[in-house]
Structure formats: structure tokens, C-alpha cells
Ligand binder design. Structure first.
Ligand code: 7RM
Length: 631
């Protein structure tokens, strides 16, 4: 299944397009199935209805755990590096991880969870998070992991959208020198979550928590009441594996649904190939498991391939901006997969943090989450890869389940700021506004995919129509990514960023409508408009234009109040970087906000705002430009 030469890449690519069913059928042979499929693929992009490996039975945890036991049981599966470097790191071999997962799977059963039930996981980056995820998969329950930075209200909305029955959390988490009271946030959320029957709480930071009789139980107590034998539930290839909420252009995040068989094959295949993973190597993905990158490339991809995956609890700058490099040196990391925002942040500390660090173990580097600018690419290449480690700039999405366009380490070429070529099985096309294909090279357009791949989303939870509208209706018979893209003279792809109202702040997807809704909930705010602007470290920053007519006291205080409101409604990750109070917004006569103009103003480029004479109130543009100068 591993591609070893450019020629083989070309052959595999050709085969995957000419005979996709044969191609993916062969890839899938590298996994363990309880029963084989009778059909590799049936699909249409209209409904949409996509089925991979129909009729096949499996359990993904047998592929991630059981099948490695005989030959690799004592090999490290997860190496956990705690937030505090003074604390010991912890290694879980495949045997140990299998034992813990089975035991916790029994805890879930003991607390009433069954196949098909939805389980919300809100935890720190500790091994128990991976154990909780895998335990859900073991019993066929559907996990919905929520990133630790989301607020009680965001959690409640997600829990209610998918009617979760069980919540798994911890007393709190560490983030650098800060502590986050996770259980307290969950308690606030659960006030409005009638479907939740049980909450399992892990002790981690040992902060006092309230435990509600009949609902809340301790992880540590529960595991004592069960044994570590748990037969894996037999799942249909198209049974749901997990839901992961992600932002789009509306105010309400969507629950992206992935299913067992196709997702497993795609996460495993892409992990093995893109990173050119070799047996015995140590692989470190710095993402949080609360995002899709953590699901596919900390847990399922690496473990399905018997790899050693480093799980890091902390942040790149704690206790010093040397932390990543200390971890690389300590655990002899061979592959480092991180985000441009982290690279840019670490770059800003200069070379001092790299002094005397032994990075010689590094063989492959990876980037994900947002476009990587050339400066960051070269710094990563020269300072971290010492010019010897290929950088795989991996383009993909929550919805795609796994990497779509990317170099294949040591096999296909890299090019600064380019995701380069589609992986085998992926058929990208560029289209213009009318959905006409833009052929040839040296062209730009909206990025679509014209043929299914095993890792693609199947639906959005509880609202299939929304899935159809969002991804399959903009252009007929195409999956629309929401990204703009350049295909250069060499046929290499460079993703230029979102073409919809979605921001990418430090690699986190945030809908402008979500932030606007949150700001508008603040008493006194009449209306707001949110746009992105270029930010040196975050990639994009959040710029909010706010109408707040009757302010009490200082504007600075009102800004803080608004930030507090956004933190309450969504979470700290959605806090605007800049707030500008305005008396009106540029609108068309039909009342639509002209975001294009606001975006230009936020970028500080007011030279060419286009025709503003058709605006409802043309004078407002001048007023806003004047106001930005004082910000
Ligand atoms: C994996 C992930 C998806 C959005 C996507 C893009 C942007 C991701 C790259 C990238 C340029 C990349 N999932 N994006 N990777 N842009 N180059 N290598 O991030 O659902 O959270 O975000 O992120 O805009 O549509 S995500």
C-alpha cells in the first residue's frame, strides 16, 4: 500500500481514476475485516448518497489495536508528553492501550451506553482522551469530541443537536501556566441538556468539582468495577463512527458525519503514504484531538498502521518557545506535523530557542490547517528540517476525513506554499462562478472534487438537506470545498483560502455569522459585521464592525464586555482581535452588508473600494475609514 517512487505514484493515480473500485478494493485489503464487502462503491452526488465497502463488517479498534498485539504488542502506541516538562512522560504500548480501551469500553456499557448512542467527549490532551475515543468505537457508540476551548453554550448546542446520552470529561486541563475548569464548563452546559444521563469525570488537575448524585461518576472509580475483556462490536462499513462539529457560513455549526469503513481505509492509507511512515519511527502531530487533524492523524491513521504517536498536552511556548524542539530531542521524533500558525509564532522568537537542540532525528515535516506562507515554509525547511526533510503541505478538511492534496514524503516533489498534487483517488477540478470547469494550467478557480473518496463525509447529523445544500448544490455533481485554488504552470495546486464567509484563525475554522450572532447577543449592540484580515501569526485575525449607539462610559470597557460575551457564547477562540464602533454599515439598497468593502478597509487597502455610489448610505464608508485611523 506504500508508494515508493514517483513512477508508482503516477501509475497508482492513473489506476485510481480509471478503475477506482479496483484501486480502493486493493487498498482496503490491507485492513482487517470481519466480513468482506459485496460492492466497493455506490454513489451519487445529487442526494448525496455515498456508500463505500457495502456489506463489509469491521471494528476500527480491531484494526488500531487487536491486530498489532501478536507482533507489536510491546511497541509504543502512544507516548504522552505532559504540559509540565518536569512531569514524567507516559508510554502506552499497544498491549496496554488495548487493555485500557477494553476496560473503559466496559465502563461505558456499565453506564448505559450502547451501539449507536452519541457520546460527547470534552477532555484535555491526555491518553485517556484517546482511550475514551477508542472505547466509543469499540462498542459502536458515536463519539462527538468537542475542543476544550469551546464555551458551555457551544457544548450544549452540540450535545443537543446530536442528543448525546453520555459525557466524558475531566476536572480540568492545563494550558501552559493556565488551568481550565472543564467540569465546571460541562456543569453549566448540562443545565440545558436533557438527553444526558451520565457524566464520567477523569481526575487530572485535582481541582474541586461538583459531582451530581445519579449523574456524575469518577473515571477512576468506574474502571475498578469492570474487567478488561471487551469483544469489539461488529459494525457495518457504513455505520456512523463519529460526528465532528465544524463551522460554515451560517451561524450554526454542522455535525460532519464519518462512517467506519471508508474513514478507516482513508485515514490509514493517507497516513502511511503522505508521511512515508516506516516501522519503528516516532511520529508527532501537534494538533488537538478536538479537531479533525487529531482524530485522523493522532489516533486513527497512526494506530491503524501500528505507528508510535506522540500526544502532547501543552502548548508550543510553555515553559519556553523551545518546547517542541525539546520534545523532538527527548522522544527522537522522526515526523513532525504541525500548523503554520505555530511555525510563525516560534519563528518570531528567533534562533535562540533552537540553540543546542538535537533535531537530527527529523526525517519528514508536515503542515496543515491553513496556507503556509513562503517565509514560514523556508524557516521550517532550513531551521527544523536542516534542508533534508521534505515538507508535506497537506490540504484537507473536516469533511474530507483525511489528506487530499499533498506531497508524498520522499516520493513526490515539494514546492514552497503549494500543496502540490492530489493523492491517488482524488480528482480535483477548478470551476468558475457558473460551475464551468477551468481546464489547463496557470489558472485559478473554486476547488471542487468530482469523484467520491472513502474518507468523505456522508451527511451532516440530523439534517441531510443541509449537507446537500452546503457541499453538493453549489455546482452540479461536484463536492464544493469552499476554497479558492491556483493550479500553476506545473499543474501544482496552491490553496489560496476560503471563498465563503469562513475565517481561518490559527488554523481554526470560525464562521463570521457565528461571531456576529455572538456579538449581537450583547445588550446594546444593534448590529455587527465581522471580516477577516491578514495577521502575522494567526494567518487571519477577526475584525468586528459594531453598531452600539448608547454606550455607557468608555468605549474600551464596552469592547471588553463584547469580548466577554463572545467568550461566553462561542469560546475564547472566536474573540475579535479588533473592534471598531461605527454608526452604520455599508449596505446595498436591498439591505445586504457589503463585506467586500469592509474586508478592504480591514486590510488597510482603501485605494480601490469599487463603486460605492449604489450604497444605501455612501457616506458611511468615509466615516468608517476615518474611524479605523484612530483604532
Ligand atoms: C485539516 C483542517 C479546513 C480548511 C480548508 C482550508 C484550510 C487546511 C490547508 C488549508 C491551505 C493547507 N480541517 N486548509 N489545510 N489551506 N493549505 N495545507 O484544517 O476543517 O478545520 O479546515 O482549512 O481553507 O477548507 S478544517
Amino acid at each position: 500500500m506504500q508508494i515508493t517512487s514517483f513512477k508508482q505514484y503516477e501509475e497508482d493515480y492513473k489506476k485510481s481514476v480509471e478503475n477506482p473500485e479496483q484501486f480502493w478494493g486493493e487498498v482496503a485489503q490491507n485492513f482487517q475485516w470481519r466480513k468482506p464487502w459485496f460492492k466497493v462503491l455506490s454513489w451519487n452526488f445529487n442526494e448525496p448518497n455515498i456508500k463505500w465497502f457495502e456489506g463489509a463488517k469491521l471494528n476500527i479498534t480491531e484494526n488500531c489495536l487487536d491486530r498489532h498485539l501478536a507482533t507489536n504488542g510491546d511497541k509504543p502506541a502512544i507516548v504522552w508528553e505532559p504540559n509540565n516538562p518536569e512531569e514524567e512522560s507516559v508510554t502506552y504500548t499497544y498491549k496496554m492501550l488495548h487493555e485500557r480501551v477494553c476496560r473503559f469500553a466496559n465502563v461505558l456499557k456499565r453506564n448505559g451506553a450502547k451501539k449507536g448512542d452519541r457520546i460527547c467527549i470534552y477532555m484535555p490532551m491526555v491518553p485517556e482522551l484517546a482511550i475514551a475515543v477508542l472505547a466509543c468505537a469499540r462498542i459502536g457508540a458515536v463519539h462527538s469530541v468537542i475542543f476544550g476551548g469551546f464555551s458551555a453554550k457551544s457544548i450544549a448546542d452540540r450535545i443537543n443537536d446530536s442528543q448525546c446520552k453520555v459525557v466524558i470529561t475531566a476536572d480540568g486541563s492545563y494550558r501552559g501556566n493556565k488551568q481550565i475548569p472543564l467540569k465546571e464548563v460541562i456543569d453549566d452546559a448540562l443545565i440545558g441538556c436533557p438527553t444526558v444521563e451520565k457524566c464520567i469525570v477523569l481526575t487530572h488537575i485535582r481541582t474541586p468539582v461538583s459531582m451530581l448524585k445519579g449523574r456524575d461518576v469518577w473515571w477512576e472509580d468506574e474502571v475498578k468495577h469492570v474487567n478488561d475483556i471487551c469483544e469489539a462490536e461488529e459494525m457495518d462499513a457504513e455505520d456512523m463512527l463519529f460526528i465532528l462539529y465544524t463551522s460554515g457560513s451560517t451561524g450554526k455549526p454542522k455535525g460532519v458525519v464519518h462512517t467506519c469503513g471508508g474513514y478507516m481505509v482513508y485515514a490509514g492509507y493517507t497516513f502511511s503514504n503522505v508521511f512515508n511512515y516506516q516501522p519503528g519511527e516516532v511520529y508527532f502531530c501537534t494538533a488537538d484531538i478536538g479537531w479533525i487533524t487529531g482524530h485522523s492523524y493522532i489516533i486513527y491513521g497512526p494506530l491503524s498502521q501500528g505507528a508510535t504517536s506522540v500526544l502532547f498536552e501543552g502548548i508550543p511556548t510553555y515553559p519556553t518557545p523551545s518546547r517542541f524542539w525539546d520534545i523532538v530531542e527527548k522522544h527522537k521524533v522522526n515526523t513532525l506535523y504541525t500548523a503554520p500558525t505555530a511555525i510563525r509564532s516560534l519563528m518570531s522568537y528567533g534562533e535562540e530557542p533552537l540553540k543546542d537542540k538535537d533535531l537530527s532525528s527529523i526525517r519528514v515535516l508536515g503542515s496543515v490547517g491553513e496556507p503556509i506562507n513562503e517565509e514560514a515554509w523556508h524557516w521550517f525547511d532550513e531551521k527544523i528540517g536542516r534542508g533534508k526533510a521534505p515538507i508535506v503541505d497537506t490540504w484537507w478538511q473536516t469533511e474530507t476525513g483525511g489528506i487530499m492534496i499533498s506531497p508524498i514524503a520522499t516520493v513526490t516533489p515539494t514546492k514552497p506554499s503549494f500543496a502540490t498534487l492530489p493523492l491517488p483517488g482524488i480528482q480535483p477540478i477548478l470551476v468558475d462562478e457558473n460551475g464551468n470547469e477551468i481546464e489547463g494550467n496557470g489558472v485559478m478557480g473554486n476547488l471542487c472534487i468530482k469523484f467520491p473518496w472513502p474518507g468523505m463525509l456522508r451527511t451532516t447529523y440530523g439534517d441531510h438537506e443541509r449537507c446537500k445544500q452546503t457541499y453538493f448544490s453549489t455546482y452540479e455533481n461536484l463536492y464544493f470545498t469552499g476554497d479558492g485554488c491556483l493550479r500553476d504552470e506545473d499543474g501544482y495546486y496552491r490553496i489560496t483560502g476560503r471563498v465563503d464567509d469562513v475565517l481561518n484563525v490559527s488554523g481554526h475554522r470560525i464562521g463570521t455569522a457565528e461571531v456576529e450572532n455572538a456579538i449581537n447577543m450583547h445588550a446594546g449592540v444593534v448590529e455587527s459585521a465581522v471580516v477577516g484580515y491578514p495577521h502575522d501569526v494567526k494567518g487571519q485575525g477577526i475584525y468586528a464592525f459594531v453598531i452600539y449607539p448608547e454606550m455607557h462610559g468608555e468605549a474600551e470597557l464596552s469592547k471588553k464586555d463584547i469580548l466577554q460575551t463572545v467568550t461566553r457564547v462561542i469560546g475564547a477562540i472566536a474573540k475579535p482581535d479588533k473592534i471598531l464602533f461605527v454608526s452604520g454599515l455599508p449596505k446595498t439598497r436591498s439591505g445586504k452588508i457589503m463585506r467586500r468593502i469592509l474586508r478592504k478597509i480591514a486590510e488597510g487597502d482603501t485605494s480601490n473600494l469599487g463603486d460605492t455610489s449604489t450604497l444605501l448610505d455612501p457616506g458611511i464608508v468615509e466615516e468608517i475609514i476615518e474611524a479605523t485611523k484612530k483604532l
